[in-house]
Structure formats: C-alpha cells, structure tokens
Design a protein around this ligand. Structure first.
Ligand code: NAD
Length: 284
C-alpha cells in the first residue's frame, strides 16, 4: 500500500496526514476549504520540523515526509490512486454520506474507505456505497501524532480482510488498535462524552470552577487531562455534534449540557477559536 488520502484537513485530518506521511505513504490531503488546507500545511510543516529539531525524528525523514504530502481542493485528484481514504470531515451524517458516495465513485475498486467518525454508524455510511465490505471506521485520537490508539470499528458488512488491512495500516502509522463492534460512540466517545458533559453540568451548576473540576480529575482520579481542557482541545462544535448524535441514539443521559450549546452559539469553540472553557492565545 502506497497511496493514502485524507478528506478534511481540520484538527484531525492534518494529524492523520502527518502520521501517514511518516508511515511512508504518499499522502493526498483534500478539503473543500482552501484556507483550511493552508492552515493544515503550515501546521504540519511546523510540527514536523519541531519534532526533527527535538530529535524525535531524523531531519531527512521529516523532510521526505513533508515532500510526500500533496494538498488539493479536488477530491477526484486526491483519491484517484488511493489504496486507503480516511474521511475526517464534520460529524454530520449527511456530510459523511455525501463524501462516501463521491469516494466510491472516484476511488479505484480496491480502495478501503475509512471514516474517522467519533460516534456514528459505519454501517449507515457504508450502505450508500457499492463496497460496504471495504468500509470501516478508524477512530483516531487528538493530537494524532501523540495518541497511541486507533479504534477499529466494524460495520455490519465490513469484511475480515478490511479489518486486517486497517490494522496493518494502523501499525505502519505507529498505532495500537482495539477492535469494536459498531454501537453509537464505540468505547471511547461513549465514555468520554458522558464524563465531559457531567463536568460541564457541574460548572453550570456552580459546583466548582473549571480549573478545580479539571484539577480534581487529574490529581484525584489520575486523568492525564481535565475533561474541560479536553473538550477545548477536541473543539466544542465537534463535541456538541457528538453529544447530539449520542442523545439521539442512546437517550437522555447524553442530553448536551446547555452551557456547551451556549458556548457554541457564541462561537467559543475551544482552542481553535481562542476561547472555550479557558482563554487561549490563539495558536490554532
Ligand atoms: P474540524 O471542524 O476541525 O475539520 C473538519 C474539516 O472538514 C474542515 O476543514 C472542513 O473544511 C472540512 N470539510 C467539511 N465538509 C467537507 C467536504 N464536504 N469535503 C471536504 N472537506 C470538508 O473537525 P475535526 O475536529 O477534525 O473532526 C473531524 C472528524 O473527526 C469528525 O467526525 C469528528 O467527530 C472526528 N474526531 C474528532 C476528534 C477531535 O478531537 N476533534 C477526535 C476524534 C475524532
């Protein structure tokens, strides 16, 4: 396998492109938004060179990886040679289904089509293609270059061969995998969204400050990050879409916290907008 396509160059897409290039793939990154592609390119170049300066990767390897990433606003161009295409666009079923229909049309017959959805049904997405056996969810974590796991989620018709290839690709990207049967939110998002939502409800109820809620979870329960810091890193718009889907599919306990809804309405989307539960110097 040589050619890797990433659809969507936001928070996750740029991270997936980064690890795929280091896994010796030729990577095409596609976004409909040219500005998002420019931001992704600067981010990847900055992070790759920083890692080389700090000695995590050889300078030659980093420069080779950067050369192997092509950015394009044409999806057809991005996927025409792809062995695997990973979709990382907004967490909205209609948008993902639209992308998968196009991927099915533009990709060669052998291409594995993967979605990086945090919560949604790979079966429903795959059903819109002529190759549901070659569709799977590969749920990466943020920031992709630091997080070790990919959840591999089987849809109803995902073949054993597709799961095997997805695991091999994950290995090339330096990741560990767990295999999960499709259910809303898989293992990690189902658990994590509930914890995050409860932290937001506590903040709204005045139980403690954001800083103290996060400190309690880190020092008292040994979480590496507090749930509110983590929500800011994920992006509050993305988290709200995750909660809305889980509320629709799993019921009342996933009702999104009103404070989260209010922040998203105000454009406070977390780190990427400069403010969420905390205020940031905007670093994107
Ligand atoms: P994001 O909002 O940062 O980026 C989404 C990108 O998709 C944007 O650049 C947008 O221009 C692009 N896009 C939208 N519609 C498109 C289309 N039709 N064609 C091509 N590009 C399109 O979102 P994100 O946080 O990177 O999340 C992407 C996916 O990854 C979601 O499904 C999300 O649930 C999942 N995910 C997110 C995180 C996280 O921490 N942010 C973690 C794991 C999984």
């Amino acid at each position: 396998m040589k050619h890797f396509a990433v659809i969507g160059s936001g928070t996750m897409g740029r991270g997936i492109a980064y690890v795929a290039a280091l896994g010796d793939f030729v990577v095409h990154v596609h976004d409909v938004n040219a500005e998002a592609l420019d931001i992704a390119k600067s981010y990847i170049e900055k992070e790759m060179r920083k890692s080389a300066e700090r000695g995590y990767i050889a300078t030659e390897k980093a420069e080779q990886a950067l050369e192997n990433i092509i950015y394009t606003t044409s999806m057809e161009e991005a996927v025409k040679q792809a062995d695997i295409a990973v979709e990382a666009v907004f967490e909205l079923m209609d948008v993902k289904v639209g992308i998968f229909k196009l991927l099915d049309q533009f990709c060669p017959g052998h291409t594995i089509l993967a979605t990086n959805t945090s919560t949604m049904s790979p079966t429903e997405i795959a059903a819109q293609t002529s190759r549901p056996d070659k569709c799977v969810a590969m749920h990466f974590f943020n920031p992709v270059h630091k997080m070790k796991l990919i959840e591999i989620v089987r849809g109803l018709d995902t073949s054993n061969e597709t799961v095997k290839i997805a695991k091999e690709v994950a290995g090339r990207l330096g990741k560990e995998t767990v295999e999960v049967n499709e259910f809303p939110g898989f293992v990690t998002s189902r658990m994590n969204c509930l914890i995050g939502n409860e932290a937001m409800n506590m903040l709204m109820e005045g139980v403690a400050s954001a800083e103290d809620i996060d400190k309690a979870m880190k020092l008292g329960l040994n979480h590496p990050m507090g749930p509110l810091e983590l929500a800011d890193l994920v992006g509050l718009d993305t988290r709200l879409r995750n909660m809305e889907y889980l509320y629709k599919t799993l019921g009342e306990k996933y009702r999104p916290c009103p404070l989260l809804i209010k922040y998203v309405k105000a454009g406070r989307l977390g780190r990427k907008s400069g403010a969420g539960f905390y205020i940031y110097n905007n670093e994107r």
